[in-house]
Design a protein around this ligand. Structure first.
Ligand code: KG4
Ligand code: ZN
Length: 342
């Protein structure tokens, strides 16, 4: 293979962020994301509106990513896109765009699993940053998924635990909604939790065997608790907002960490990473660093911009697949339910 660098254009459109990034080998040159404010009004992502917003955003976002990277389409070696999992209408926009570009520029097309990409974000090269070694356990926590993934190589991933109902991000968002906070509530719970007492209120932990998670019971117990308190003080959620946020965050983080510790003990793996939108949570990041001392873990926490949905992780995953010559045909279609390893 020549020593010419590989430039990948990565496209992410699985949910409500339209993102484009350019990588040079495993380094990121640009990572541009357009969020979608429109969903705030509805308290959650409205698929049809997400799809339309992606259509409006994709061309300007790709232009901005190329410009920031200082390259043109003629420099791009291949285009990588999120094939799934995600919302079908959203995936179709990024996928169709990538296919058209591959055809027009006669460059390879690379399909990427979004959850795998959240993990591979740890392998973006940056000055002064070390990448994790294998074997590795990664807790992947987002708005749609909560998984413990055992990795023995870049593409050797096994899901050894996952949620049987809601994802951790959903638990944050649903709790926030019960408190009357706008969507997505996770970052707001994090913000208010900073000023609250995590031990002010106690919520039960689910009893789920093995390495699986469950968060739907937590949502129900938060709902009942708040309803009962509102009978005594109609403004309860305003008066105790910070303590509620801190206690809810503490509960979710503890549930995640307990299973991660069990997974580490059972597998003997002490290299631990977190990824996905909820890995931006300051409570989770702090707690992971604290547990690392007692558990003798080496922990890897992504930069904030690589936690929530972004195309940098798609571009770098595309680079690793490019080296393996794993290209996709034009006939490829989006996969709304796309499991790691399938
Ligand atoms: O990975 P992501 O951007 O999209 C999905 O693939 O789902 O994750 C979004 C989720 C949302 O549920 C959002 O509330 C949550 O990540 N999130 C947070 C924080 N930042 C994002 N949850 C708690 N604390 C945060 N700081
Ligand atoms: Zn995601």
């Amino acid at each position: 293979m020549s020593n010419r660098p590989v430039f990948i254009l990565g496209i992410e459109s699985s949910c409500d962020d339209t993102s484009a990034a350019v990588s040079r080998d495993s380094e990121i040159l640009s990572n541009i994301t357009a969020g979608q404010e429109v969903h705030r009004l509805y308290g959650g992502v409205v698929p049809e509106l997400a799809s339309r917003a992606h259509q409006q955003n994709i061309v300007p976002v790709v232009h901005a990513a190329l410009k920031k990277a200082g390259v043109t389409l003629a420099d791009i070696s291949a285009v990588a896109f999120t094939r799934g999992p995600g919302l079908m209408g959203s995936l179709l926009v990024g996928g169709s765009f990538a296919k058209a570009l591959s055809l027009a520029k006669n460059i390879p097309l690379i399909e990427i699993n979004h959850m795998q990409a959240h993990i591979l974000a740890h392998f973006i090269t940056e000055e002064g940053k070390e990448s994790p070694a294998f074997p590795l356990l990664c807790l992947t926590v987002s708005g749609g998924h909560t998984q413990i993934v055992k990795m023995t190589g870049l593409f050797e991933m096994e899901v050894i635990g996952e949620t049987i109902d809601d994802a951790a991000g959903e638990a944050f968002d649903k709790a926030a909604k019960i408190m009357g906070l706008p969507y997505p509530g996770g970052p707001l719970v994090d913000k208010y939790a900073n000023d609250g007492n995590p031990l002010a209120f106690k919520f039960p932990h689910p009893k789920i065997p093995g390495l699986d998670f469950s968060f739907s019971g937590l949502k129900t117990s938060i709902l009942y608790f708040i309803e009962s308190q509102r009978k005594l003080d109609p403004e309860f959620t305003d008066h105790r907002r910070d303590d509620l946020c801190a206690s809810i965050q503490e509960t979710i983080v503890s549930i995640l960490l307990e299973k991660l510790q069990t997974a580490s003990r059972e597998t003997g793996i002490k290299t631990i990473a977190i990824s996905g939108g909820v890995s931006a949570n300051s409570g989770l990041r702090k707690r992971l660093l604290k547990e690392a001392e007692g558990m003798d873990w080496k922990v890897f926490i992504p930069k904030f911009e690589y936690c929530t949905d972004n195309a940098a992780m798609i571009a770098v995953s595309g680079y690793f697949k490019f080296l393996r010559k794993e290209f996709a045909p034009q006939s490829i279609s989006p996969a709304a339910r796309y499991k790691i390893g399938s």
